[in-house]
Write a protein that binds this ligand. Sequence first.
Ligand SMILES: [Zn+2]
Length: 346
Amino acid sequence: MLHGMKAALLETRGPEGLKLRDVPVPVPHAGEALLRVHAVGLNRVDLYMRDVGVGITHALPIVQGVEAAGVVASAPEGSGLRVGQKAVLYSNAFCGRCRYCMAGDQPLCLHSDIMGEHRHGALAEFVAMPASCFVPLPDDADLVAAGALMTGHLTAWRMLFGKRALRAGESVLIVGIGGGVAVACLQLALRAGARVYVTSSSDAKVARAIALGASGGVNYRSDKVAARVLEMTGGEGVDMVIDSVGQASWADSLKSLRRGGRLVTCGATTGSNPGADIQRLFIRQLEIYGSTGGSMEEFRQLVALFARGEIRPVIDRQYTLDEVHAAFDRLHASEQFGKIVVTVPT
Ligand SMILES: [Zn+2]
């Protein structure tokens, strides 16, 4: 019988508030299964939860960690899950009953219940989630890679292919290459046959992106982004911009688009209220839309590709749960290229 487990518990806001504690193993509610966690990818939202948390309904203390892969430790009757099988979690315990869930659009669920944000997360030896959020993996699946798959790749998937899908031969500018979502966008856009351009404050990150297949990049510290993007695209601009930076990059992102191009945003790490440039919007007939997460169906498609070995997250660095503070420090420094993963040794 399991009693206690190690967990990264956010007790108070700020870096010092995140503690490694012994806490009770979660007791699954009706319909829930228990995952023995093996790997947890870190995300910007983890820092936001730790340091700010405003706008996300939750109570402290809360176990952090918004994505995970591991092994099924217990499962309810009739769930189809088997104890001992590998699985990756869909992080949102969606209600399944609201109009958005009924339409298969779980990221818009009116009762979203995301692990590590609204309910206890996965930076622990065990996490309980509805059995419907468990997606089985093949026995030979790499759990470290799987633990870094959900947030970055699923967010990227919906941004690129959700509304006005990026097509082969089109071009896309990814603002701020290096983070999990941006690197996943690079991988998935290349796989779709698109030309990819990137921006970064680091020449090394631009070079890394080009080595992975990007057609070009701009260091926004030393160069003018929009002017360089126009130059690289024969004066036309790109078909799509992927921007999670917000205020600091917004004007350049709009100016980098071709006529009729689309800007997709999934974050605003530098601020939420840039100039709107409405004249540019209507004259050049630009589209701007937001995206967050992805649906269960999109996640299943993604996991199927992963299981066949067709996509694999870029892992920046691995830490163990005991080293969780160092992992957060690396995330905070924004020096990573790809995913920072915390593993939970048995
Ligand atoms: Zn719902």
